[in-house]
Design a protein around this ligand. Structure first.
Ligand SMILES: NC(=O)c1ccc[n+]([C@@H]2O[C@H](COP(=O)([O-])OP(=O)(O)OC[C@H]3O[C@@H](n4cnc5c(N)ncnc54)[C@H](OP(=O)(O)O)[C@@H]3O)[C@@H](O)[C@H]2O)c1
Length: 226
């Protein structure tokens, strides 16, 4: 296990509302930032060479991501599936997988971590606060590699939010749209509670059934289909 060096440069793919907000937060803490739009080849090339690359494009366009350039990169997936905007995409309607697992499968050479997706643009623009600030807004961080999660958690902290490690990419389903954590202005303890209670929520039960997942401590009634 090799600890990743601290993140000093950030590339953001997507110069929309989220991309610009995250770019500003990173610049505010003196990181070297490139925010690239889809028609900016030079910017995309610079962005994908950064220590960490944030994906902030509409999820429906994930197949336009530069797969090869992201090989070996630490990639932060801030995207969400909105069928109203993205169109109906069966791969994101399968409750067995989180949207970040689908993105990671499309970027097989990248180290994908899910973060920043469950705060609104307004929150990103207005709620960043120094460590220890009362009621500091917390953000969940999920990934399959502990070092990657630790590196992104430090970044989240530096950019003004309390990081809450949230398991593997598969567990990222706990802070997708239609979960309690999504869009919740929660501090660390409250966010942790929301993540912990996910499997008892309606969405959690749907996912659990789809995955034939039996969460520990959750009694299965006789004849349960789960
Ligand atoms: N809005 C929120 O409150 C919020 C909060 C958290 C997360 N998110 C997620 O963040 C993502 C972006 O949301 P947004 O509200 O910022 O959308 P947005 O304002 O529509 O911006 C998306 C940007 O991505 C660009 N883009 C598309 N494909 C690209 C590519 N291959 N490379 C580089 N840029 C590309 C688009 O530019 P072109 O016009 O050139 O295609 C556009 O400028 C979505 O997945 C969303 O679910 C949104």
């Amino acid at each position: 296990m090799t600890l990743r060096p601290p993140i000093r440069s950030i590339g953001v793919l997507g110069a929309g509302r989220v991309g610009r907000a995250l770019g500003k937060l990173a610049r505010d803490v003196s990181l070297d930032v490139t925010v690239a739009s889809s028609d900016d080849q030079q910017g995309i090339s610079a962005a994908t060479s950064a220590d960490a690359v944030i994906l902030a494009i509409p999820l429906g366009k994930y197949r336009t991501l530069p797969t090869e350039a992201l090989t070996g990169s630490l990639v932060i997936d801030a995207m969400n599936y909105w069928w109203e905007l993205d169109g109906r995409l069966p791969e994101f309607e399968d409750a067995r997988t989180s949207s970040s697992q689908v993105v990671a499968a499309f970027l097989p050479g990248a180290n994908v971590v899910k973060a920043f997706n469950h705060a609104s643009v307004w929150e990103l623009e207005n709620l960043a606060a120094p460590p220890g600030a009362p009621q500091r807004r917390a953000l969940a961080v999920a990934g399959n590699d502990a070092d990657d999660v630790a590196a992104v958690s430090k970044l989240v902290d530096a950019m003004g939010f309390d990081p809450v490690p949230a398991g593997s990419l598969e567990e990222g389903v706990r802070f997708e749209p239609n979960t309690e954590a999504f869009g919740a202005d929660a501090n660390k303890a409250d966010l942790q509670k929301m993540l912990d209670e996910f499997w008892e929520s309606q969405r959690g039960r749907v996912v659990a059934r789809a995955r034939a997942h039996k969460p520990t401590g959750m009694p299965q009634p006789p004849g349960s289909l789960a």
